[in-house]
Design a protein around this ligand. Structure first.
Ligand code: PLP
Length: 363
């Protein structure tokens, strides 16, 4: 008997929904000014690079990561002023934490709720882990539609609700009073709320201290936008009893000793990263002014290291900018509210000058 073909084998072994899905697409960026993924554009100064090299060289890579995790949890807890009674766990990026939450919260019939447009990984994780995803459209100015959110909470009784604060890709902070009422409504049911603060280094507000009196709220952050996207380090904070449950589904050695050492090093030099964030925030303000001066270009308010802009013809502008060597993200197709929109990452002053020039010439 002949063996089945590999295609036949895939047809019978790989989940149908996985076969018909596209993986997360990463745009090729070689040779382009890369302003598409909210990366911090700054490297460390040479003397700090050398010091990091020496520290990494000393790490015991022959051992599983144990003490490095303990040390990093302690250092991050101090760095974020973790409220009393709360705990913090680490993920290989917050993408992994999103996945762990989907695993931990997949009670029978579990629903995940999030506003749309939002971070695409929530829905992807829900789909792959078998939770039902319910998206609630934002208003036209990208704030929470409080009435629609409250109605969805009432009807769907979500196990897990994500609120990105600030939101990606819209870059704004939602109304605090709307969030409070949503958090309250979920508090009266049995659900959890995750405040995703990936952009906290650039934001004027955080939910971290409010979490102390809201035991059903978790705060998730990452060092990616802070300046360590290549390191892969996310963290999740919340009341100890709740975090302990989520910790049970975490693979025991999910954060490598090298990731942990690099993150510890960055926290030892938090002042350098604070300087970088301050410069990016002032560049954000400069970009806003330059964008507002361009005819037909509408930039939206930002509390992150990105700016959402609406242009007359987003496809033409995206392609025009790329032809001029500047890569941004074309997100017009992601959601009807994002029609003719591009998402620009805030780069170095020189990169931002190139971006503005390329945008202007592509209108
Ligand atoms: C970038 C981003 C993350 C993912 O961060 P990683 O730690 O790099 O996995 C999570 N949430 C939001 C809203 C983001 O924009």
């Amino acid at each position: 008997m002949s063996l089945p073909t590999l295609a036949d084998r895939i047809g019978r072994t790989i989940r149908q929904d996985v076969q018909s899905t596209h993986g997360y697409a990463i745009q090729p960026s070689a040779g382009l000014v890369k302003l598409d993924a909210m990366e911090n554009p700054f490297r460390l100064p040479p003397e700090l690079q050398a010091e990091l090299g020496r520290r990494l060289a000393r790490v015991a890579i022959n051992r599983y990561p144990v003490q490095s995790t303990v040390d990093l949890v302690a250092a991050l807890s101090r760095h974020v002023a973790l409220p009393a009674g709360c705990k913090l766990i680490l993920g290989n990026g917050s993408d992994e934490l999103i996945d762990l939450l989907s695993v931990a919260c997949n009670v029978p019939g579990a629903v995940m709720l999030a506003p749309l447009p939002g971070f695409v990984m929530y829905e992807m994780s829900a789909r792959l882990r078998g939770l039902r995803f319910v998206g609630v459209p934002l208003t036209a100015d990208f704030d929470l539609d409080e009435a629609a959110m409250l109605a969805a909470i009432e009807q769907q009784r979500p196990a897990l609700t994500y609120i990105a604060y600030p939101n990606n890709p819209t870059a704004n902070l939602f109304s605090e009073t709307a969030i409070e009422r949503i958090v309250d409504a979920i508090g009266h049911q049995h659900g959890l709320v995750v405040m995703d603060e990936a952009y906290q280094p650039f934001s004027s507000r955080s939910w971290m201290q409010r979490m102390a009196r809201q035991p059903h709220v978790l705060v998730m952050r990452t060092l990616s936008k802070f300046g360590l996207a290549g390191v892969r380090l996310g963290y999740l904070c919340g009341h100890a009893a709740l975090v302990d449950e989520i910790d049970k589904v975490r693979p025991p050695y999910n954060v490598s000793v090298l990731n942990a050492e690099a993150a510890l090093f960055a926290l030892d030099h938090a002042d350098e990263y604070a300087r970088q964030a301050a410069l990016l925030k002032s560049e954000r303000a400069r970009l806003q002014t330059a964008l507002r001066a361009l005819p037909g270009v509408q930039p939206f308010p930002s509390e992150a290291n990105m700016i959402l802009v609406r242009v007359p013809d987003s496809r033409q502008v995206f392609e025009g900018m790329k032809a001029r060597g500047v890569l941004v993200k074309h997100i017009s197709g992601l959601h009807p509210l994002l029609a003719q929109c591009l998402r620009l990452t805030v780069g170095t002053p020189e990169e931002n000058d190139l971006m503005i020039a390329a945008l202007k010439e592509s209108l």
